[in-house]
Design a protein around this ligand. Structure first.
Ligand code: ATR
Length: 277
């Protein structure tokens, strides 16, 4: 079997996904390809119809098509439905099934890096942001059994919508300014917005005035490798979880969906870190 894979989005020329997935194919001794399909928005529909003819095993979807693609899919898995965005498509006997890998990618990164944290479901978690990534991560943490998950966001109504995903969780909502008073309360702080991403590398979504050294500070931004928020956390002696790990575990999950093979991403961690530094 030849695993014909790819990515659709615009622009995508700097994507790390071809490198990651070619490494995963190598690791599992499978043959395949991972092509970039850069679709300008005015020809999205035509290009997608041509893509159907290419009979890919699966593909990833990135900005700006994670919502638009849904209209062209045959079905969605539960997470993609809840999140309202698809970043992975599997061609199941000619029918396109949409998935969202943000949540599972994140919880796998957390579990593999901090297994002891993961065992204690009473740990207090703060999510910064209320976009698609935050929705996926909130849902996956709730599914994993965590009970205390608060949200801070620039627009509080968006945070309210995220909190509605799970009725089992008692979620406190804070503005970005107010939350700084309560940071010492949290065991894990997860930054899910694009704030701090290259080229705006000195920006942070919140200021980390008062955190405990035992707190894990996590940023899903992976360019730069260590964001300003993670630098600040490091200076306060906190534990860190870098964004490239979520990227790798998302790729691992997508690869499993497409090939039905489990694959280790550990060997790639250091190499990816070096590419990003
Ligand atoms: P994604 O799907 O990648 O998570 P998104 O849906 O565009 O992206 O979500 C963006 C998130 O980043 C939101 O929480 C957004 O805040 P709002 O809900 O108030 O829009 C947050 N965000 C984006 N730019 C921001 C900025 N400059 N400062 C603070 N928050 C920002």
């Amino acid at each position: 079997m030849f695993y014909k894979l790819g990515l659709i989005g615009y622009p995508i020329e700097h994507s790390l996904s071809p490198w990651i997935h070619m490494k995963l194919l190598e690791e599992t001794n499978l043959t395949g390809s991972y092509m970039l399909y850069e679709f300008p928005s005015d020809s999205f529909q035509n290009r997608l119809e041509s893509l159907k003819m290419e009979n890919l095993v699966g593909f990833n979807v990135t900005v700006p098509y994670k919502q638009k693609i849904i209209h062209y899919l045959d079905s969605l898995d539960e997470t993609a439905k809840l999140v309202g965005a698809v970043n992975t498509v599997y061609n199941k006997n000619g029918s396109w099934v949409g998935y969202n890998t943000d949540g599972i990618g994140y919880t796998r990164a957390l579990y593999n890096t901090y297994p002891n944290f993961y065992k204690n479901k009473e740990n207090r978690i703060l999510i910064i942001g209320a976009g698609g990534a935050a929705r996926g991560i909130f849902f996956a943490l709730a599914q994993a059994g965590f009970k205390n998950i608060d949200i801070t966001n620039r627009t509080l109504s968006h945070a309210e919508n995220v909190a509605k995903i799970s009725a089992d969780i008692n979620t406190n909502l804070y503005s970005l300014k107010d939350v700084t008073k309560y940071l010492a309360h949290y065991d894990l702080i997860i930054q899910t917005t694009s704030v701090g991403m290259k080229p705006n590398v000195i920006e942070t979504a919140i200021s980390l005035d008062d955190i405990r050294p035992s707190t894990i500070v996590s940023d899903i931004v992976y360019q730069p490798y260590t964001t300003q928020l993670l630098h600040d956390a490091q200076n306060m002696g906190a534990q860190l979880l870098h964004g490239h790990l979520m990227l790798l575990y998302q790729a691992q999950y997508a690869f499993e969906i497409w090939t039905k093979q489990s694959v280790s991403v550990e060997k790639l961690m250091e190499q990816l870190k070096q590419k990003l530094e």
